[in-house]
Design a binder for this molecule. Structure first.
Ligand SMILES: *Cc1c(COP(=O)(O)O)cnc(C)c1O
Length: 380
């Protein structure tokens, strides 16, 4: 593992983010959906990879838009000087919508109260708000029901006629795109077609209205779901949206490392970390890795997850603590300051985020988004 090229200050751990991998992944995803626009989803600090540098890299590589879950993320992008179209989709009452409209952040709406609040904010801001109307096609999370859809369209058309909003999109989200062959996929796409037909009949149509439903899994596996735009998230970061089907040629962008904070010989039968869940079976060398669950190294990895240290894989020895955990280095030579790789692209023997996810019974989204604020992101 090579050290980062820029001179970053010494910290116990760091997350190195390879922006060339982000660019590679955007290029690859565009090849999967050549006729659609690509919105890079950069919510949750770009899935833990660092919002602004990732957004810039994605745009430079061919993404035309950015997606965020919450307004703060969109406004942070604008504050950093990012001018590309941004869509935000989770909004609760009382949020600064006038600021959003003034910053030209497009907003999702699936309810009358929100359309009204957006229209009022747009009147105050003195410019129309770009609005993407969301239909629930079967995930039963966000989105208007099919029953609410016609009235939502009418309300939006009235606000548009008055100049308060511009209907910029019609959209939905798939519940099972990562489960190949799941019957909900076709059912949701059929419901989306129905909603689009209702919208077209109501007069919501035209090239300025983007139709979109595809997340990463649908981008790589469901061409019939691409419509006018795809919204990949996890795949932008090089992590497979359908791990059972392989890596799709994606390159993981993040390498999470730490430097050994202590190395010591201990005798046989030494109980290690809280609860003594690991006990040495011989005299051995222990290494202290200064990252813990406060940094996103989940406690469930106790005695289970693996890292790369001193030339080979090591299983976490005993409880992962808030700020640190221990590895058993056997008789291998190691020194304070030596690099430990928790996960990376997997090209030099180190575990991948996918392996961490598998060993913890979760998905890579959770592994990378949980990395804490104490861990600097170093982009190269
Ligand atoms: C998070 C999210 C995405 C991206 O999902 P991935 O599975 O990471 O590709 C797309 N659209 C919406 C609405 C999302 O919330």
């Amino acid at each position: 593992m090579s050290l980062p090229t820029d001179a970053s200050p010494a910290t116990p751990g760091q997350a190195r983010v390879d922006l060339a991998a982000i660019a590679h992944n955007i290029t690859l995803l565009r090849r999967h959906a050549p006729t659609a626009e690509l919105m890079a989803v950069v919510k949750a600090d770009a899935y833990g990879h660092g919002l602004v540098p990732v957004a810039r890299a994605a745009l430079a590589a061919g993404a035309s838009r950015l997606g965020t879950a919450v307004l703060r993320e969109a406004l942070d992008l604008r504050a950093a000087g990012v001018t590309a179209p941004i869509l935000t989709w989770i909004i609760t009452p009382g949020e600064p919508l006038e600021e959003a409209v003034a910053a030209d952040v497009e907003l999702s709406a699936a309810a009358a109260w929100l359309l009204d609040d957006i229209a009022a904010a747009a009147r105050r801001a003195g410019r129309p708000a770009g609005v993407h109307l969301k239909i629930d096609t079967g995930m039963s999370r966000g989105g208007a029901t099919a029953g609410e859809w016609p009235a939502l369209l009418e309300r939006a058309l009235a606000a548009q006629a008055e100049g308060a909003i511009r209907i910029a999109g019609l959209w939905s989200h798939l519940a099972c795109a990562d489960i190949p062959g799941h019957p909900a996929i076709e059912a949701q796409l059929a419901a989306f077609e129905d909603a689009l037909a209702v919208a077209e009949k109501a007069g919501v149509t035209g090239p300025g209205v983007l139709r979109h439903i595809a997340n990463s899994a649908a981008t790589v596996a469901l061409p019939q779901a691409h419509y006018d735009m795809v919204r990949p998230g996890i795949a932008v970061y090089g992590l497979s949206p359908i791990p059972e089907l392989g890596d799709f040629g994606l390159r993981p962008a993040m390498t999470l490392t730490a430097r050994l904070a202590m190395v010591k010989r201990v005798p046989r039968d030494s109980g290690v970390s809280y609860g003594h869940l690991y006990v040495t079976d011989r005299e051995t060398t222990l290494g202290l890795v200064p990252l813990g669950y406060a940094d996103g190294v989940m406690r469930a990895g106790t005695n289970r997850a693996q890292v790369w240290a001193a030339g080979r894989r090591r299983t976490v020895a005993g409880r992962i603590c808030m700020d640190q955990f221990v590895i058993d280095l056997g008789d291998d030579p190691a020194s304070v300051g030596d690099e430990v790789v928790l996960f990376g692209p997997g090209t030099e023997g180190e575990p991948t985020a996918q392996e961490w996810a598998d060993s913890l019974g979760t998905i890579t989204h959770e592994i990378v988004t949980r990395i804490g604020s104490r861990v600097p992101r170093v982009h190269h």
